[in-house]
Write a protein that binds this ligand. Structure first.
Ligand SMILES: C[S@@+](CC[C@H](N)C(=O)[O-])C[C@H]1O[C@@H](n2cnc3c(N)ncnc32)[C@H](O)[C@@H]1O
Length: 288
């Protein structure tokens, strides 16, 4: 593990000095597991930058998903989060984080759980944020679950593989524009904040990563039901090269009537429609 760059404790708010992360990894035998998406960030300048990606954390209750050895966790606490609750599935990491809990009395707790089966909003009071270097294999289902209850959060600062981040922020008529762009932008302002190259991680993944800031809108861009918007976007982008009057047939409705009610062009392709136009299709679907 000679390529690991160690963290140091300068500037830390910990009540007791903390060992470098490399030491935590060695002592607790945290050999990274691919199936848990374990690519650890050990550079304290980068973790500090991620912790600040959503702005000041003063008075904010943060849920971190997948703390691993605790690099980002330390940064969140040092950035002034009122409280951090970290959800981790790997028992080895949970054990390793005990020292960190003791070093920040009353501010950090670890929840040994599967994030896919956990509602972050139930773990901390408002104002709350989710900040995480997400396990890439489950990042998209996690985000879709959080979007369903997005008003519970004042912001989310999340690291995704760049390809997914591009989809979250994509504009109509671009290659990355799709179902994830629409569901996300319908409910949030989404910005890519900065990229992190593979070499910053232990072990290095094959891809570049991007930190995305999501700020829930006061009101969704247009009225629609989540399930209906999911259904129309899945149908339209399931066959993105086809015209809508053909691709929407999988919905089992009179497609000509559906597009006429929504006021969209039947010969348009999915990637040409704005978020508001997809919402109109979703409303037409629920109107029957
Ligand atoms: C990309 S690593 C990030 C680790 C650490 N936050 C960092 O930045 O170095 C993803 C973390 O998510 C954890 N994880 C993977 N699947 C999970 C799940 N379903 N629920 C909770 N944690 C999970 C992994 O064990 C790992 O610690």
């Amino acid at each position: 593990m000679s390529e690991i760059r160690g963290s140091d404790i300068r500037g830390s708010d910990a009540a007791t000095p903390l060992p470098p992360l490399i030491e935590v990894i060695r002592r607790h035998g945290l050999d990274p597991k691919k199936q848990l998406g374990q690519n650890f960030l050990l550079d304290p300048r980068l973790t500090a930058k991620i912790a600040r990606a959503t702005g000041s954390l003063d008075g904010i209750h943060v849920v971190e998903i997948g703390p691993g050895p605790g690099g980002l966790t330390r940064a969140l606490l040092d950035a002034g989060a009122a409280q951090v609750v970290a959800v981790e599935r790997d028992d080895r990491c949970v054990a390793a984080l005990g020292e960190l809990v003791a070093a920040y009395p009353g501010r950090l707790s670890i929840r040994p759980a599967d994030a896919l089966k956990t509602d972050p909003a139930s773990l901390v009071p408002a104002p709350r944020r989710i900040v995480a270097n997400l396990p890439y294999n489950i990042a998209t289902p996690l985000l879709i679950g959080w979007l369903r209850n997005i008003t519970a959060y004042d912001a989310l600062g999340l690291m995704f593989q760049k390809e997914v981040a591009d989809r979250l922020t994509a504009a109509p008529r671009s290659k990355a524009y799709g179902r994830l762009s629409i569901l996300t932008q319908w409910l949030c302002e989404a910005d890519a904040v900065f990229d992190i190259p593979p070499g910053a991680f232990y072990p290095p993944p094959k891809i570049t990563s991007t930190v995305v800031r999501l700020v829930p809108r006061r009101q969704p861009l247009a009225e629609a039901r989540f399930e209906d918007l999911e259904r129309v976007t899945a149908a339209a982008f399931g066959q993105r090269r086809k015209m809508l009057r053909a691709s929407l047939k999988t919905l089992g409705r009179d497609t000509d009537r559906l597009v006429a009610t929504a006021g969209v062009t039947p010969t348009a392709r999915a990637e040409e429609l704005t978020v508001e136009e997809f919402c109109a299709l979703a409303r037409a679907l629920s109107a029957g």
